[in-house]
Ligand binder design. Structure first.
Ligand code: ADP
Ligand code: MG
Length: 609
C-alpha cells in the first residue's frame, strides 16, 4: 500500500505555478500587476530572448520593507487582503499571494526594493526554494523584480515553450493589454536592449490611439454610458472596421483585462445585425462598477470574473452599445433617407429615420470594406429597386436565371445571355445591362468578388495555388505577431501562393502573391492572410476555414468601387458571372445583381392595364 505524505514545499509551489505561470507572458503579467497594485506611476519592462532568459520589471511604487522581502516570496502571503470581507470587495489586481512564490519556484528570482523612507534598498535572491538573506542594494525608489531562466528546473514545462519570437509576441501582447488598461501609468518596453515602445502618462483616449493606432480610432465611436453605479466607456469600432479574428478586442472590468463570456456575448449581440457573423468587431471597453458587485476570484490567472447581477450587466452593456452602433447606422443613412422615403416602404419604416432596420444596402457595405462607396457615391436607395422585399427579389433573380429568354422584348432573334449586354455604368458602382426581360442591375464589386472567389477555390482544389513573384517586393512595417506568424507558417503561406520574408526585425517583404490576385494590394492581402492565420491557426486556415479565407482574399482583390469600366469590360464581367456557380450572391450572401422587368417598369410608370 502506498503511504501518504505531505509534498515538499518547493514541489507544492511548482505545482501551483502550473496554474499561474504558463509562459513568460503570464509571469510578466503577474509582475506588472504587482507594480500597478503598488501604485506605480511608471513601469519599465526589459526582456531578453522573449522573456525566457530574462524578465525584469522595475517600478516606482511603494516598495517593500526589508523584513517583508522574504514574505513576499512565501505562498499565501499578501499585503492586499486580510479578511473574507476584503476578498469580497477586492480592488487590487492581485490578492491570492501566490504569484511571486510560484515564479520563484520555477525560475531564478531576485527582488530588490526600497520602501518609502528607507535609507537604501535591499535585495533577496531565490532559487529552488532557497531564499537568501537581505543584502543592501542600490535603487532610488520602488521595486525591481528579475526573473531569469524560466522553467530551468522544470524541464517538462520548459519543453512547452515556443520559439523566442512567439514568447516575445505573447509578452508584448500582455504588456500592451495592461498599458491599455492603465493609461495614467507610463510604460516602457525593451527587448534585447532595444526599446520597443514607450508611453508617457496619458488620458484614456490618447492611450487607445497610441496602442491601437489611428486607423482604429478613426473608425470607432466613443461609448460613455452609466446606470447607477455602473459605467461603460471606451471606443467601439464601426462595423466597417471588422477583423478576421478577435485580436483587437479589449475588455476591462475595474481596470482588469478579462475574457468574459457574458460580456463577450453582450458585445456580439450588439453587433449582430450590422456585422457578418464570421467577422469580428474591434473594441476597447472599460466597465467600472463597485467591487462588491463582481467576483474576481474565479480563476488563478484572474482573467474571468463573475457578476453578482449578470443579467443586468449584460443588458446594460448590450443596450449601451446598441445605442452607439445604432446611432452610427442612421448617420450613415442620412444621405439616403430622402430617396428611400419615396419608396413604398415608407409606411413600414421603423424609428424616425425613415429606414427599415436592416436594409440590405446598409448591412452589406459593412461587410467588405472595399465595397463601401466613397464620398459622393450614390446609393441604391434612390433607385426604384429598393422597393423589392429581399425575399421577392431573390425569387425574381431565380426566375430570371431559370427562364432567361421567356420575355419577348428583344428585337434580335437570338435570345440575349441571362445577364444581357451592358449599356452603362452607374455611380461607379453598378453595371446596367439590358436582357430580354428588361433591365439588369449588377453590383460590380460584389459580382467580381464572387468570380475571384470561385476561381481561387478552383485553383486551390488543384493542389497548391500558383504564385506570381513580384518584380519589386512590397515592404511594410509589421507587428511582432505578424513577424512570428511568417516565421512559423512559411510553408502554409507558400501553399496559398504567398511568399513573405522578414527584411529586418520589424519589416516584412511580400515577394510573391497568388497569381490570381497579382493585381491586388499586396500589403493588404498579406496582412489579411496573416490575421486569419493568427486567428485560427495555419492548419485550420487551409482546411476548415479555407472558404472564409478565400472570401476575404477575394474581397480584397475585387474591383474597387468607383472604377470606370468600359462596355467590353462590363460584358466580360457579365459573361464570367454566368459561368460561375452561385453567381447571384456574393460571398457575404448579399445579392450581386437584380432584375427589373419591363412589367415592373410599366407598373412604375402606370402604363397599360
Ligand atoms: P499578491 O499580488 O496576490 O498579493 P504576489 O505573490 O504577487 O501576491 O505578491 C506578494 C506581495 O509582495 C504583495 O502582496 C505585495 O505586498 C508585495 N509586492 C510584490 N510585488 C511588489 C511591487 N512591485 N511593489 C511593492 N510590493 C510588491
Ligand atoms: Mg501579485
Amino acid at each position: 500500500m502506498p503511504t501518504i505524505h505531505l509534498l515538499p514545499d518547493l514541489l507544492v509551489s511548482q505545482i501551483a505555478a502550473g496554474e499561474v505561470v504558463e509562459r513568460p507572458a503570464s509571469a510578466l503579467k503577474e509582475l506588472v500587476e504587482n507594480s500597478l497594485d503598488a501604485g506605480a506611476g511608471a513601469i519599465r519592462v526589459d526582456l531578453e530572448e522573449g522573456g525566457i532568459r530574462l524578465l525584469r520589471v522595475a517600478d516606482d511604487g511603494v516598495g517593500i520593507a526589508r523584513d517583508d522581502l522574504a514574505l513576499a516570496l512565501a505562498r499565501h502571503a499578501t499585503s492586499k487582503i486580510a479578511t473574507l470581507a476584503d476578498l469580497e470587495a477586492v480592488a487590487s489586481l492581485g490578492f491570492r499571494g501566490e504569484a511571486l512564490a510560484s515564479i520563484a519556484a520555477v525560475a531564478r528570482l531576485t527582488l530588490t526594493s526600497r520602501a518609502a523612507g528607507a535609507q537604501h534598498a535591499w535585495r533577496i535572491a531565490a532559487q529552488d526554494g532557497i531564499v537568501s538573506l537581505p543584502e543592501p542594494a542600490a535603487l532610488a525608489r520602488g521595486t525591481v523584480v528579475e526573473v531569469r531562466d524560466l522553467f530551468f528546473n522544470t524541464p517538462a514545462r520548459r519543453k512547452f515553450l515556443k520559439t523566442i519570437a512567439t514568447e516575445y509576441a505573447h509578452c508584448e501582447e500582455a504588456l500592451r493589454r495592461m498599458a491599455l488598461g492603465r493609461p495614467g501609468v507610463a510604460f516602457e518596453f525593451w527587448h534585447n536592449g532595444r526599446v520597443i515602445w514607450r508611453h508617457g502618462p496619458q488620458a484614456w483616449d490618447e492611450r487607445v490611439m497610441a496602442v491601437m493606432g489611428e486607423d482604429f480610432t478613426r473608425a470607432a465611436r466613443t461609448v460613455d454610458a452609466s446606470a447607477g453605479e455602473i459605467r461603460l466607456h471606451g471606443l467601439v469600432g464601426l462595423p466597417a472596421y471588422h477583423r478576421a479574428g478577435r485580436d483587437a478586442q479589449y475588455l476591462y472590468v475595474n481596470g482588469r483585462h478579462v475574457r468574459d463570456k457574458l460580456l463577450g456575448h453582450a458585445v456580439r449581440e450588439a453587433y449582430r445585425d450590422v456585422l457578418h457573423h464570421e467577422r469580428h468587431p474591434a473594441y476597447v471597453l472599460f466597465l467600472d462598477l463597485p467591487p462588491q458587485r463582481v467576483d474576481v476570484n474565479v480563476h488563478p490567472a484572474k482573467t474571468e470574473v463573475r457578476f453578482r447581477d449578470a443579467r443586468a450587466v449584460h443588458q446594460f452593456v448590450l443596450h449601451s452599445l446598441e445605442r452607439v452602433l445604432g446611432r452610427q447606422q442612421s448617420g450613415d443613412r442620412g444621405q439616403t433617407t430622402e430617396g428611400l422615403a419615396l419608396s413604398t416602404r415608407r409606411g413600414e419604416a421603423q424609428g424616425g429615420d425613415g429606414m427599415p432596420e436592416s436594409s440590405t444596402a446598409t448591412t452589406s457595405s459593412s461587410l467588405c470594406p472595399s465595397a463601401a462607396r466613397g464620398e459622393g457615391g450614390r446609393h441604391p436607395g434612390t433607385l426604384p429597386m429598393a422597393i423589392a422585399e429581399p425575399a421577392a427579389y431573390y425569387g425574381m433573380v431565380a426566375e430570371a436565371l431559370a427562364e432567361p429568354a421567356s420575355a419577348p422584348a428583344s428585337p434580335a432573334s437570338q435570345p440575349s445571355p441571362p445577364l444581357g449586354y451592358a449599356i452603362a455604368q452607374l455611380a461607379g458602382t453598378y453595371i446596367l445591362a439590358e436582357n430580354d426581360a428588361g433591365l439588369v442591375v449588377v453590383d460590380m464589386h460584389a459580382a467580381h468578388e464572387r468570380i475571384v472567389y470561385e476561381r481561387l477555390k478552383e485553383a486551390l482544389d488543384g493542389a497548391r495555388m500558383a504564385a506570381q513573384p513580384l518584380l519589386i517586393p512590397v515592404v511594410f512595417a509589421a507587428s511582432p505577431l505578424e513577424m512570428v506568424t511568417v516565421e512559423e507558417s512559411g510553408a502554409d503561406l507558400a501553399a496559398m501562393g504567398f511568399e513573405l520574408a522578414p527584411v529586418s526585425p520589424t519589416h516584412l517583404a511580400v515577394r510573391a502573391l497568388p497569381a490570381l490576385l497579382k493585381e491586388a494590394d499586396a500589403e493588404g492581402l498579406a496582412r489579411q492572410v496573416l490575421r486569419e492565420i493568427q486567428a485560427v491557426g495555419a492548419g485550420k486556415v487551409l482546411t476548415a476555414r479555407r472558404n472564409e479565407l478565400l472570401a476575404t482574399l477575394a474581397c480584397h482583390a475585387a474591383i474597387r468601387v468607383n472604377r470606370r469600366l468600359t462596355l467590353p469590360e462590363m460584358n466580360a464581367l457579365l459573361r464570367d458571372m454566368e459561368r460561375i456557380p452561385r453567381a447571384d450572391q456574393c460571398n457575404h450572401g448579399r445579392p450581386t445583381w437584380f432584375q427589373l422587368t419591363l412589367a415592373d417598369l410599366d407598373r412604375l410608370f402606370m402604363r397599360g392595364k
